[in-house]
Design a protein around this ligand. Structure first.
Ligand SMILES: *Cc1c(COP(=O)(O)O)cnc(C)c1O
Length: 416
């Protein structure tokens, strides 16, 4: 790449940082020195407020107040209170989101609940590019219930051709490899017109782009607390169920805290009439403390501002790498069109694994996804344009010098 172009991109990064309305939020996160962290789509960075929140929960709520804290510190209602805060980021109404369990467990609950609303349509539909756990959970439910057919959409067999007789469609909104995303409202309308219910997995959407579950008329959704929402490793995930379905849904994990009157200790299960029907057992209170510290930061901005910066970050990264990528065999595996690209950029290269190893060894943390994807996540709350430029420049140096050959003896595998 000509040095004038390099210098031009560096100046552009400076200008973008100077104009960045979210730059002030970066200081709300602990970001380790010497690292450019582009993997917030796998595990979000640590909010500085988490330590204080956790200590207060430990020392005062647990240590001093003990069991009284279920009421005095609002432990009982944590899943709903935190759920409502997440709901505001994804276009849900209050009372339609509950934060709890893992995304995989929540998929089990919502798929079973959806099937019970379409008992005669025993066909699940998903797509081959979906995240594996989603498909594994469908297979587990099929194995449990028998008489279920699973259809998987591929490039040759598009979703629209698989909907005849389908009851439940489960798709991930943003593709975890390419970062391309579905038109949520259009896909939902098509699925519902065919008589099926639409479940969205928002693992790579919540906190990454504007989502309007209400406007899209989604039937159910699930998502993660530890990716763009920065809730920490194993943070509570969430379930969305709109008010229109709540009086009718039954999910099979009928634990006592989903009961309409848990402390009546009656012998017969009767589900709560609202979103709490998706709760099963006792919530992990310490984990909510960290997630709440992150949600405090989200309240200082809007998803509109976050999405606007996200588009700028990904577009700028593509421009920086584009300047030399073709000479080194890096092929863009994400959409060029801003309107359908989430908050990540992926490049494919046959040596992708070893290139990512070299990047990580030099402090640029992205990840590798088989078979050949180098994946970079951009988190507008704490990623700067200077970091984007430096990450691209490190990648350029690795490609030009062949530095990745240091890892030539290593076979593809997880980079973390
Ligand atoms: C990360 C991710 C999950 C994670 O599920 P867990 O049960 O929380 O581990 C699920 N679905 C998708 C699409 C993901 O990207």
């Amino acid at each position: 790449m000509p040095s004038t172009e390099l210098a031009g991109l560096r100046r552009e990064a400076e200008a973008l940082d100077a104009a960045d309305g979210l730059a002030g939020l970066r200081d709300s996160f602990h970001l380790p020195k010497g690292k450019i962290y582009l993997d917030g789509n796998s595990l979000g960075a640590l909010p500085k407020g988490a330590e204080g929140r956790l200590l207060a929960t430990l020392r005062q709520e647990w240590g001093e107040n003990l069991i009284a804290s279920w009421n005095t510190a609002g432990w009982f209602v944590k899943p709903q209170v935190v759920g409502d805060r997440i709901g505001r980021l994804i276009g849900a109404q209050d009372g339609e989101v509950i934060a709890l369990d893992s995304t995989s467990v929540n998929i089990f609950k919502v798929v079973c609940a959806a099937l019970r609303l379409r008992p005669d349509r025993r066909v699940f539909v998903s797509e081959a590019s979906n995240f594996p756990t989603d498909i594994y959970m469908l297979q587990g439910i099929r194995d449990l219930l028998g008489d279920i057919e699973i259809r998987i959409a591929t490039a040759d067999r598009p979703l629209a051709t698989l909907l005849d007789g389908a009851g439940v469609v489960l798709l991930t909104h943003v593709d975890f490899r390419s970062g391309a995303f579905h038109d949520m409202a259009a896909v939902t309308a098509g699925v519902q017109a065919a008589g099926a219910l639409m479940i969205w997995d928002l693992a790579h959407s919540a906190g990454a782009l504007e989502v309007d579950l209400t406007g899209a008329n989604a039937d159910f959704a699930v998502g993660c607390g530890y990716k763009y929402l920065n809730g920490g490793p194993g943070a509570p995930a969430f379930v969305y169920c709109p008010k229109r379905h709540q009086p009718h849904v039954r999910q099979p994990l009928t634990g006592w805290l989903g009961h309409s009157d848990p402390f009546a200790f009656s012998l017969d299960y009767a589900p709560d009439g609202g979103i709490r029907a998706f709760q099963c057992g006792t919530p992990p209170i310490l984990s909510y403390a960290a997630l709440e510290a992150s949600l405090d930061i989200w309240e200082r901005t809007s998803m509109q501002a976050v999405r606007a910066k996200s588009v700028q970050l990904t577009r700028f990264f593509i421009a920086c790498v584009d300047a030399y990528a073709p000479h080194h065999g890096l092929v863009l595996a994400s959409p060029r069109d801003d309107r359908v690209r989430g908050s990540q950029v992926s490049w494919s290269h046959p040596e992708g694994f070893r290139i990512m190893k070299a990047l990580i060894s030099r402090g640029v943390v992205g990840d590798f996804r088989a078979p050949d994807i180098l994946r970079f996540g951009f988190t507008p709350l704490y990623t700067s344009f200077d970091e984007v430029w430096r990450a691209a420049d490190t990648l350029r140096d690795i490609m030009q010098t062949g530095d990745w050959r240091r890892f030539a003896g290593e076979r593809d595998g997880p980079t973390t």
